[in-house]
Design a protein around this ligand. Structure first.
Ligand SMILES: [Fe+2]
Ligand SMILES: [Fe+2]
Length: 362
């Protein structure tokens, strides 16, 4: 029986050649087109935006056919094995022109939930307010990490030539980990705890995770779901009784703005290439709108927010009016984002544009 496997024997043969002074050195001149590249840091440091220029900025419409993790722009030897997992090879399926810039922003704006939130400023709140904060945080903890699991589900399919997208999605996963943990921490930090989960929210999460392809999942999550959350964080200061919640909202808002920005630009890019596929987007939004409407009016979602918006049970009706304002804004911004991406959704929308709360109370 041979002492070593053929792979080890080949390594030993190479070693004996090198011992005799015979080196290969073919790698040194393997990539003349990619040699001589220089990059200088920009105002915010050396970002992807600065390095992906010239030869290295040539992003193929169809990702490399070798199917390996060989970095874009290097020389790939013919015997490089395919990994057999990258089946999203069409640039139109994933691309967004702002991904490199968003990645650069994400890596320099990371924050942490341990020390960037002024936890020492937590104070004892009236029972109903603490319960309302804790219920709101239960709902946000439940929903946040779908925006981690969804990119994770698709990332190992995306051709390695589109690394800007993969890097951006990796930052999103970290962002969402932080969001999930910061809301959980808030619920557990001030004498309260987690309260009730949300079956309606699970329906929306299922629609995102089970979407038939990446772009429909992205439209539903990045533009619709995260868009609603972005408007909530941006407008919802009245839902934050102390500086702690205000800080959390502000920090999460920065992150969500990047996620939504990617989604809008990706959908635009996709529809410019595949305008006939707009119906796929409409039909996933049909489902998403139903789910979000049910969820918005579910007691465990709307009641705690109304208590916080009214600053107490006695003003819960006033709080409802503020929430109606928030909902109207969420829908308006959602329609606007879709318009920027190239979709006229308003005539097709299957939920009310405004919450008719005043009329119903009359
Ligand atoms: Fe988030
Ligand atoms: Fe997000």
């Amino acid at each position: 029986m041979a002492k070593y496997t053929p792979a080890v024997d080949m390594g030993l043969d190479r070693l004996s050649e090198m011992a005799r002074g015979n080196f290969d050195l073919a790698w040194m001149d393997s990539n003349p087109q990619g040699w001589g590249h220089e990059s200088k840091p920009g105002p915010a440091g050396l970002g992807l935006v600065q390095i992906e220029t010239g030869h290295y900025a040539k992003i193929p419409e169809t990702g490399s056919s070798h199917g390996s993790m060989a970095p874009r722009g290097c020389f790939v030897p013919e015997d490089t094995p395919s990994l057999g997992i990258y089946d999203m090879n069409d640039k139109g399926e994933v691309w967004s022109d702002n991904a490199a810039k968003l990645y650069d922003e994400a890596v320099t704006r990371q924050w942490n939930s341990a020390t960037d939130v002024p936890w020492h400023k937590l104070e004892k709140l009236p029972d109903e307010i603490e319960k309302a904060v804790c219920q709101m945080c239960t709902g946000l903890t439940e929903v946040e990490f779908v925006a981690g699991d969804m990119p994770a589900k698709w990332m190992c399919h995306i051709n390695h030539d589109f690394h800007e997208i993969k890097l951006f999605l990796a930052t999103q996963i970290m962002d969402e980990a932080r969001h999930m943990d910061v809301f959980r921490k808030r619920a557990l930090a001030n004498g309260g705890g987690l309260l009730m989960a949300s079956p309606s929210q699970e329906e929306l999460l299922a629609a995102i995770l089970q979407a038939p392809n990446y772009t429909t999942a992205s439209a539903l999550m990045h533009i619709f779901g995260e868009g609603f959350v972005l408007t909530l964080f941006r407008t919802g200061e009245f839902l934050a009784p102390t500086e702690v919640e205000k800080t959390i909202f502000r920090l999460c808002m920065q992150d969500e703005a990047r996620h939504v920005a990617y989604g809008v630009k990706h959908l635009k890019y996709f529809l410019e290439r595949y305008p006939e596929r707009v119906e796929e987007i409409h039909s996933i939004l049909d489902a998403g709108e139903q789910a979000i409407f049910a969820l918005t009016l579910e007691p465990q979602t709307i009641e705690p927010r109304a208590i916080l918006a009214g600053n107490g049970m006695e003003n819960i009706q006033e709080g409802m009016m503020k929430l109606a304002f928030l909902y109207n804004k969420q829908v308006k911004e959602y329609l606007h984002r879709l318009k920027v991406a190239g979709i006229e959704r308003e005539p097709r929308m299957r939920i009310p544009k405004e919450l008719p709360i005043g009329e119903l109370a009359a």
